[in-house]
Design a protein around this ligand. Structure first.
Ligand SMILES: *Cc1c(COP(=O)(O)O)cnc(C)c1O
Length: 387
């Protein structure tokens, strides 16, 4: 039996037709009308003045920072609870990341801790041109506070919304917060272009700069003229065609992920010590990935043994992101740590959440998870009696 994936691509005849139509139109590479349409549709949906389609979320982060002149000698605070791409992109510019720990309840960057970090860096006279908060697992971070704190310190905010397309915070869609934001259309994200990303902003100069740097920094001259080191980071027209089709299905795909979260919530409802992560206020969430948080002392089972039971049944699951300040590659990078992300890493388990999961797959997952949780009652009779 095929392995049940956490978040596989959800594609239909609509995407297939869109890619074939782009192919037949002759706009094979690199840019073309599907790219323009994708940028327009995305800017409209998010309410941003400018959108630039790029080869990946990582390249969008990289150019978003370069467009603001971020470089060697700068420090860029970012969330420690994230995927490595966020910190990698900061490193590409020559700047140094500064990892900021999480609010224990939400897992998102702790705004109070960010304020402390910015104060200390200001006292030391360190240049902090930008902050890169991350929207964790499809939920927006507290941008109301983060943006205010960053702006007060004179830093711009580039939001890593790679995971949160379709989420909301304070009445605004993910991608609309901060001075600029990025999305990822990697194969495991809420919608995919097979691989791709987008940069969004209301700042025309920054958008032009990103577009310029992404197209080999070619100056407008018939001969090839260059004043900057450029990059080959644009999204191909064929892949943008797929993005247009996915965007039409986005709300339906989010609804399916939400239904999966509801199913998990029902399964753990009466299990002490096991909760759906970020359950509070999750109507604001795109439900990209649903994670459980398992308190082993109360539950009588830990995240690792639940994960082992799922693996045995051919079901993919994974701990929450290993915090960046624990990653060997970022040893020695400064971090403000409060223990929250390390605890989430130990106790969190992300479950299959994709919108392409079949009914049969969902049934297998639910039965396996229920059985693993039922066994816990036998192994932890004392805890059970106590509750
Ligand atoms: C996926 C992801 C990225 C990278 O996006 P790619 O399109 O794969 O380059 C960056 N940040 C976060 C938080 C992500 O989850």
């Amino acid at each position: 039996m095929a392995r049940i994936l956490m978040s596989g691509p959800d594609v239909t005849v609509l995407e297939r037709t869109a890619v074939a139509d782009a192919f037949d139109s002759g706009w094979i590479a690199p840019l073309g009308p599907a790219v323009d349409a994708f940028e327009t549709a995305m800017a409209q949906r998010i309410g941003r003045r400018h959108a630039v389609a790029l080869a990946s979320g990582t390249s969008a982060l990289h150019l978003g920072l370069l467009a603001w002149g971020v470089g060697p000698g700068d420090v860029v605070p970012t969330s420690t609870m994230t995927f490595a791409a966020t910190a990698n992109a900061i490193s590409y510019t020559g700047a140094t990341p500064y990892f900021v720990d999480s609010d224990p309840a939400t897992g998102q960057m702790d705004p109070g801790l960010l304020a402390q970090v910015l104060e200390e860096l200001a006292e030391e006279g360190v240049s902090v041109p930008a902050v890169v908060p991350v929207d964790l697992l499809g939920r927006s971070a507290d941008h109301t506070r983060i943006v205010e704190i960053a702006h007060r310190a004179g830093a711009k905010v580039l939001v890593d919304s790679a995971e949160s397309l379709g989420a909301h915070h304070a009445g605004l869609p993910a991608g609309k917060h901060g001075d600029a934001a990025i999305f990822s259309f990697n194969g495991n994200k809420i919608m995919t272009t097979s691989g791709g990303g987008m940069y969004l902003t209301d700042d025309e100069d920054a958008a032009c700069r990103v577009r310029h740097l992404a197209t080999q920094a070619r100056e407008p001259a018939v001969h090839y003229e260059h004043r900057d080191i450029g990059f080959n980071y644009r999204l191909s027209n064929l892949l943008a065609a797929m993005g247009n089709a996915q965007l039409r299905r986005l709300d339906e795909m989010i609804a399916r992920r939400r239904a999966r979260r509801e199913a998990y919530a029902r399964i753990v409802e009466d299990v002490p010590g096991v909760e759906v992560f970020q359950r509070d206020g999750d109507e604001q969430d795109n439900c990209w990935l649903t994670a459980l948080v398992v308190d082993p002392e109360v539950a009588g089972v830990d995240a690792a043994s639940l994960s082992a039971a799922l693996t045995e049944a051919g079901i993919e699951s994974r701990p929450l992101w290993k915090p960046m300040h624990l990653q060997p590659v970022f040893a020695g990078i400064p971090a403000a740590v409060n223990g929250a992300s390390e605890r989430l890493f130990r106790t969190g388990l992300t479950l299959p959440s994709g919108s392409a999961l079949t009914e049969a797959e969902c049934e297998t997952i639910d039965l396996t998870l229920r059985a693993a949780l039922d066994r816990r009652a036998v192994s932890a009779p004392l805890t059970e009696a106590a509750t």
